[in-house]
Write a protein of this length. Structure first.
Length: 258
């Protein structure tokens, strides 16, 4: 479900759930002063839930609360214009700051226009779910570990001293190893004459682009068309680590896009 617990008056009000409702209310109610999609419950959010229940849901006794699977949530979903917006991105990525959303929203919009692999609502929903989990809501573009564990890994093409650290995981879906980096460099026409060129993959533009390149290389759009979140997760992770979290990201993305 798009929310895991109740939001509003006497609700559980988990920040990730509150963000979903705030973004949805902005999209449907078009308030003169939009709600901040910040995950913080307060009188303004509760008041708008109540107004929505009165104006759009037709409840005789609005209670100012949205429950998972309830009529208010179903009505919200039915009335949302299905599109990726800054508010929707903030709701899908519950740990993203306004600055991060502002940075990535135009990049995502541009990539959606350029790549069929994420051009459909379902494909984009799955892509957002995976990059959201892998990057902690677009916050991390570089592996926290040093990369020394990859030293001498022939399967990654790390054949020269220092390759493990130099070609550590980078990107929203982290690319690892000299071999993979060099393949992406050819694709993206990167200037590899600068010894620090691998660090470019930490930039928002390349962090997103390399993740989309990986997505296309692995044919994950086909799995997205089948709504196969487990198959996509295994292709990225090698197993099913974090599956529940990826599914939660996916449910939020689908709420706004499908």
């Amino acid at each position: 479900m798009a929310i895991e617990a109740s939001v509003g008056q006497e609700g559980v009000n988990a920040p990730s759930d509150v963000r979903v409702i705030q973004a949805a209310l902005n999209a449907v109610m078009h308030p003169e002063i939009p709600l901040a999609v910040d995950g913080l419950i307060g009188p303004k959010t509760i008041g708008m839930i109540t107004s929505f229940q009165d104006d759009k849901v037709g409840l005789r006794r609005p209670d100012g609360r949205v429950d998972p699977g309830g009529r208010t949530l179903r009505t919200l979903h039915s009335l949302i214009p299905k599109a990726l917006t800054p508010d929707a991105l903030a709701a899908v990525m519950p740990s993203a700051s306004p600055r991060v959303v502002e940075k990535y929203f135009p990049l995502l919009n541009h990539q959606c226009d350029c790549h069929s692999a994420i051009s459909s609502p379902l494909r984009l929903s799955h892509f957002l779910a995976q990059i959201g989990h892998e990057s902690l809501s677009l916050q991390l573009t570089e592996e926290l570990a040093s990369g020394e564990a990859y030293e001498g890994r022939d399967d990654l093409g790390n054949t020269q001293p220092g390759d493990g650290v130099r070609f550590k995981g980078r990107g929203l879906i982290q690319l690892t190893g000299r071999y993979n980096y060099e393949r992406y460099a050819v694709f993206a026409d990167l200037d590899t004459s600068d010894e620090h060129w691998p660090e470019q993959l930490c930039s928002p533009e390349h962090a997103l682009a390399v993740s989309l390149w990986f997505w296309e290389q692995r044919g994950l759009a086909d799995k997205a068309d089948k709504d196969d979140v487990k198959g996509i997760t295994k292709a990225i992770n090698g197993g099913y680590n974090g599956l529940a979290d990826r599914e939660a990201y996916l449910a939020r993305a689908k709420f706004f896009l499908t």
